[in-house]
Design a protein. Structure first.
Lengths: 194, 300
């Protein structure tokens, strides 16, 4: 009886190990991450912006993508739009409120495979203390060892999504200045396999 | 009508100025003080809602807490009408101070928890402290049997000066919405002062704001100024500290600064007003001269 139990436990451990072995852990490479957004500027053009400071972790399970996950944090103070005063306005309490909420965070709750290279990542985006569920369309652009260093494996992803300023504390200010409400997000990032 | 109310200049300046004038005229009619207090409370909440949006439950960001603090200020004002005489001056002042310190802590707890004692935080603490002292000093006005001509103007002039300076500092410091709100409060107080001063010029008596109304308005101005000091990334620290001084000067005009107020009756409110506005004018000058590069009055 004891032998059977030991064998069962050993088998269960092997299964768990095998499952975990499919999940690769990646760390977002902040030097190669571009979190950009566009928003309608009143009745005129489209304004562009970018966050420079991004960090986070990605777990990618190719066998069972539903076990994959993403957790990322963006530094609000790193926003820039090619105009200093506008950057200050965006960091101020009317918009991203950097002094009170220095980071924007995203934590996935569901990952679905669409095709071999594409998927949908649903999660909670938290801006200025308010969380809202969003879904990002994600493409795995490439995953390969670096040509200059075979021990370094990187993966590159592109993600697109849409949020609304109306869902966050910036709603009133954005409406008052004729911005949005729809914000298109495009994320291009590389991640380093750990 | 909605397009008109959507124009920031109308909501920030013209409409509140007009409503301040209306309130000034209503105060000169036989309207009961309780009705006037309720009208002021409704106006205050209207401008908060119009500028900041509807209340959010529960409030998360400091800007979402402001409307709740306005409501708390109204309750404090209401209490002051019935309680302050019984409490005595010291306890009444302590109550006002505790209310504003609590407001500061609530608005700034994330920054306080962050632990960074940078220049902005030091300026915010100084601004909050001075605004609290001023509001506490003005809260239980001395009941003069024969009020001087300038006395009814002290509290509204302090509100006008603090809010006007705060509005300009806020907008130049990249916090436009709070700038609009402070502008509305300044215009409300300005409209009131205008009507009362015309009455003095015509040989009549100015009507004072009730203690509760004055306290609600000062509490509102002080809490919004504290929010600007805590969170506006480019608000000038020196200007912020100067902008919090008008209520203290208003309290001093009743005492040590009395000698600066001339004997001629129509001039007394004017000179008292100028004395109260002096730190605010310095604050505006400081904010304009040392404005961040490229600062303009509006989103870019």
């Amino acid at each position: 009886m004891r032998r059977k139990l030991t064998a069962a436990l050993a088998f269960a451990s092997m299964c768990a190990f095998a499952s975990a072995a499919h999940a690769d852990n990646y760390e977002i490479d902040g030097q190669h991450a571009w979190v950009t957004f566009t928003i309608k500027h009143g009745i005129y053009g489209t304004a562009h912006g970018q966050f420079d400071a991004v960090k986070g972790a990605i777990v990618m399970d190719k066998v069972d993508p539903s076990k994959s996950s993403v957790k990322a944090e963006i530094e609000v103070g790193s926003v820039h739009t090619a105009y200093d005063q506008r950057d200050s306005d965006l960091k101020g309490p009317d918009f991203f409120n950097a002094a009170e909420f220095p980071a924007i965070s995203f934590e996935s709750t569901k990952v679905e495979k669409v095709s071999d290279k594409t998927g949908k990542v649903t999660g909670n985006l938290t801006i200025s203390g308010v969380s809202k569920e969003i879904t990002l369309d994600v493409t795995l652009v490439n995953e390969a060892p670096a040509p200059w260093d075979a021990t370094l494996t990187k993966a590159a992803f592109t993600a697109t999504g849409k949020v609304s300023t109306a869902d966050f504390p910036m709603a009133k200010a954005a409406a008052g200045f004729g911005l949005g409400p729809d914000v298109d997000i495009v994320i291009d990032l590389e991640a380093v396999k750990k | 009508m909605s397009a008109l109310l959507g124009n920031p200049m109308v909501v920030t300046a013209a409409l509140p100025l007009l409503l301040g004038v209306v309130m000034g005229l209503l105060a000169r009619s036989a309207l009961p003080a309780s009705v006037l207090f309720l009208l002021w409370a409704a106006l205050l909440l209207f401008f908060y809602r119009d500028t900041l949006g509807p209340p959010v439950v529960p409030p998360v960001a400091a800007s979402q807490k402001l409307i709740y603090l306005a409501f708390a200020g109204i309750v404090l004002g209401l209490l002051s009408e019935y309680l302050f005489e019984r409490l005595g001056t010291g306890a009444a002042r302590a109550l006002v101070a505790v209310a504003l310190v609590a407001a500061f802590s609530w608005l700034g707890w994330r920054r306080i928890a962050g632990g960074a004692l940078d220049l902005q935080m030091i300026a915010a603490i100084a601004t909050g402290l001075l605004a609290t002292i001023g509001a506490a000093l003005l809260a239980p006005p001395r009941a003069s049997p024969l009020p001087r001509a300038e006395e009814p103007f002290l509290v509204p002039a302090a509100i006008l000066a603090l809010c006007l300076a705060g509005a300009i500092i806020s907008v130049l410091g990249a916090s436009i919405v709070t700038g609009q709100l402070l502008g509305s409060l300044a215009a409300l107080a300005g409209g009131w002062c205008l009507i009362q001063y015309i009455a003095v010029l015509r040989g009549g008596e100015a009507v004072a704001l009730s203690r509760g109304t004055g306290l609600s308005l000062i509490h509102a101005g002080a809490t919004v100024l504290i929010q600007v000091a805590l969170l506006a990334p480019k608000a000038n620290p020196a200007a912020l500290v100067l902008s919090s001084l008008p209520p203290i000067v208003a309290a001093l005009v009743q005492g040590p600064l009395q000698g600066f107020v001339p004997g001629a009756r129509p001039l007394r409110p004017l000179v008292a007003g100028l004395l109260i506005a002096m730190p605010a004018m310095l604050a505006i000058l400081t904010a304009l001269v040392w404005a961040p590069h490229g600062a303009a009055l509006g989103f870019s």
